[in-house]
Design a binder for this molecule. Structure first.
Ligand code: AMP
Length: 581
């Protein structure tokens, strides 16, 4: 397909915030996409080269893109840099630079989406000596045959910052509109589509289920063209991580019981971090909640699951809780988080602060997909295959009850043991990847926090010069757009020994810098912080429409991806609850 067709759709999506308009634009593109192109078109639509289960990065620095723009247009690096400083988006810089060039170059070959994808894939996998020059060449080659608008999106894709918001829900619905056997009438003037709602929900569910299992919209789209049979054949593949199920929040047992029904399963809510562990073909792979592979960082986990789980193939969901090997005392997340990104002395650190796995779910076992089984059945499978061993692997401590009093006692006991509170779950509930459905409720004892993404900062002054201060924080809306909710400077330390420091955060942010004007800097959204706050207020100062009162950094959440950040909806809910109370 001509890359220009994809670019037209990006432009349409960029120019609207209406989900139906986006869905329409994408579905029209999907209708004219061939079987051969479908998987890469789906990926490129979201500015990616790999499906959701594969967290590989393109990993190209802005400097390299500057060079590629220079090489392909003959413009000087200095001029490009100046433009970049003024405009703040290298995509727009590329667009304008190419526009100037095309006044003299009349002949241009049409660029195909396939070519763009192939070159960028090469860029993302190239390593070793000479690879930097080769990467510049590959990008420059695309630029040379790109029209101005095409150059804009190539650059944004390379930099993994497409700035075009397409959420999972929108993409799923686009596949439904394009390929499922259902009549849908769209009128851009109307706020809803004209469709048989019951039928529509049914086909949406078919697509959603296929995505839940594959975590790959390309595979789903290709199957959807072939029909429902092909969709149903899609299965979970151990080794490819799927999105984790999420919980909603309640503030008391009564409301939690009302939501999930009784009897309910109540489990300790451990304070560690989520791990999805896969075993297949004699191999074990460990993933974080953001689905990044951390197998190398957790050698003891590979041992524990190999020794204590009697199954050949499985996907389990658990909370890894760190403890001090000497004292046997459990450690809070802040202590253990360093293990996630540790690249050296891994074995020594694993010996000093190992993790204990608190398993609470199983999604796949020896050829069988368990997503649609009830929690009761899934737990029974776990009880059959797991041999518990303290400090290695245990099943989440649980109680099944309809009694509020018993639930309260269990909650108190959990908090006394140092846990965050309890999870209250519907016994009949299925496992819904990626969803905050009301069958899992969290009840926390600690002050509630938000997970927010750093999107900007100011260069510090005086004692803090050389560091980023006043970090701009953002939540995420349903289309993956980041919206600011405030700025934070409190909670970070000046000395690294005292905890998460300005210096450490600055080092993490430097490679993510997008623009710099005076002291103001913006970043690619990548780093997630857990933030405490006193209150949420309505505010016109920030793009979310809300502001945090007295925000304070609690910790760095390396286990969470920017898309995992607290949603705008969550902030609205929190604001409404506050008003009520
Ligand atoms: P929160 O991070 O506050 O949204 O709470 C949900 C998180 O609690 C999950 O993502 C898990 O990492 C963690 N968790 C701890 N214990 C459990 C449990 N028994 N069941 C489910 N999640 C748990």
């Amino acid at each position: 397909m001509d890359y220009s067709k994809l670019v037209e759709v990006y432009e349409q999506i960029e120019s609207t915030s209406k989900r139906l308009a986006k869905t329409h634009a994408i579905s029209e593109l999907l209708k004219i996409t061939s079987d051969e192109d479908i998987e890469h078109i789906i990926l490129l639509l979201r500015g990616r080269l790999f499906p959701d289960w594969n967290k590989a990065k393109i990993g190209v620095a802005s400097k390299l893109v500057l060079k590629a723009i220079g090489t392909s247009t003959g413009a000087s690096i200095k001029d490009i840099e100046n433009m970049w400083r003024d405009i703040g988006d290298l995509g727009l810089v590329a667009e304008q630079t190419i526009a100037k060039k095309t006044q003299v170059t009349l002949f241009q070959q049409n660029l195909t989406s396939d070519k763009v994808f192939a070159n960028l894939q090469k860029v993302s996998t190239m390593e070793g000596s000479g690879s930097v020059d080769r990467k510049v060449q590959l990008i420059a080659e695309l630029m040379s045959s790109a029209k101005p608008k095409e150059a804009k999106y190539i650059v944004r894709t390379v930099l993994e910052d497409l700035r075009v918001g397409i959420g999972d829900g929108t993409l799923r619905d686009s596949i439904v509109w394009a390929y499922m056997p259902i009549e849908i009438n769209y009128d851009s003037e109307k706020i809803a589509i004209d469709v048989d709602r019951e039928e529509f929900n049914k086909v949406v569910e078919i697509i959603q289920t296929a995505f839940d299992k594959s975590n790959d919209f390309g595979v789903v789209a290709l199957a959807a063209r072939k029909g429902v049979d092909a969709l149903e054949k899609i299965s979970l593949i151990p080794g490819n991580p799927i999105k984790v199920m999420l919980a909603q929040k309640e503030v008391n047992i009564d409301d939690a019981f009302k939501r999930v029904g009784v009897p309910a399963v109540i489990e300790y809510k451990y304070d560690g971090f989520r791990m999805q562990i896969h075993k297949f073909k004699g191999q074990v792979k460990v993933f974080t909640r953001r689905l990044e592979e951390v197998t190398k960082q957790f050698p003891e986990v590979v041992q524990f699951v190999t020794n204590n789980i009697a199954a050949e193939e499985f996907i389990i969901d658990c909370e890894a809780v760190g403890y001090d090997a000497k004292s046997g005392k459990y450690l809070v997340f802040q202590h253990i988080s360093q293990r996630i990104r540790r690249k050296y002395d891994i074995e020594a650190l694993a010996k000093k602060m190992p993790v204990e796995l608190n398993i609470f779910d199983i999604l796949f076992c020896d050829g069988k997909n368990l997503l649609k089984e009830t929690l009761e059945k899934r737990r029974a499978v776990l009880e059959k295959i797991v041999t518990e061993k303290k400090f290695e692997i245990i099943l989440s401590h649980k109680l099944i009850t309809s009694s509020k009093e018993e639930a309260m006692l269990f909650y108190d006991e959990s908090v006394k043991q140092g846990n965050e509170g309890v999870m209250i779950k519907n016994q009949e509930g299925i496992y819904k990847p990626g969803s905050r459905v009301g069958t899992w409720i969290k009840l926390k004892s600690t002050m509630d926090t938000l997970d927010l993404v750093i999107v900007g900062a100011e260069w510090g002054e005086g004692k803090r010069s050389g560091w980023f201060t006043s970090l701009a924080l953002a939540c995420v809306d349903e289309d993956g757009t980041f919206l600011e909710v405030g700025k934070v400077g409190t909670g970070l330390k000046e000395k690294a020994e005292e905890g998460l420091s300005f210096g450490e955060v600055t080092e993490l942010l430097k490679p993510l810098m997008k623009t710099e004007k005076g002291r103001e800097v913006t970043f690619k959204p990548e780093i997630v912080l857990e933030i405490q706050f006193e209150e949420i207020q309505a505010s016109t100062n920030y793009s979310s429409g809300y502001a945090l009162r007295f925000p304070r950094v609690k910790t760095l959440r390396e286990d969470r991806s920017p898309e995992d950040a607290s949603s705008l909806e969550r902030i609205k809910e929190e604001f409404d609850t506050q008003k009520k109370s």
